[in-house]
Design a protein around this ligand. Structure first.
Ligand SMILES: Cc1cc2nc3c(=O)[nH]c(=O)nc-3n(C[C@H](O)[C@H](O)[C@H](O)COP(=O)(O)O)c2cc1C
Length: 128
């Protein structure tokens, strides 16, 4: 499963690199033919960042899950972009984490990706 991310201020890039995950910045994706998990931050009072919204308009067919970073100081809007994307495209919200996350967040993310990979494989087998 591909991991595609949008990191405006660097937190998500740092989170993924600490987790040892090979991920592709959204701006470097031009063509997409495989399932992916999106990792994004939340900006502008709970909004999905515009580059992410535009990207999903084009590529949502392959979206399998979303993880979101945010800041709890934003209260009700904490990681709200993840809730919005999950509801709009009917994919699981794998997790919310604060800023660049911590060790526990990294482990959880790795587990969630593995779970989703396993489910996708099982669905493929069942559809034969
Ligand atoms: C202008 C601005 C607005 C933000 N708005 C929100 C918000 O509404 N909700 C939230 O949970 N986090 C918000 N954040 C926090 C970011 O989502 C958080 O710092 C995230 O880790 C950014 O990821 P990045 O550094 O990879 O871009 C905001 C940050 C900035 C700079």
């Amino acid at each position: 499963m591909k991991i595609i991310y949008y990191s405006l201020t660097g937190n998500i890039a740092r989170f993924l690199s600490r987790a040892g995950i090979d991920a592709i910045p959204l701006a470097e994706v031009h063509e997409l033919h495989d399932p992916f998990i999106l990792v994004t931050g939340t900006f502008g009072f709970g909004e999905v960042p515009k580059p992410v919204a535009d990207f999903l308009t084009l590529h949502h067919t392959f979206l399998r899950g979303v993880a979101v970073s945010g800041n709890k100081n934003f209260g009700q809007n904490f990681g709200k972009a993840g809730d919005t994307i999950s509801a709009q495209y009917n994919v699981p919200l794998l997790m919310k984490f604060e800023l660049h996350g911590n060790e526990h967040d990294s482990r959880l993310f790795i587990e969630k990706v593995a779970e989703l990979d396993e489910n996708t494989r099982r669905e493929k087998i069942q559809s034969y």
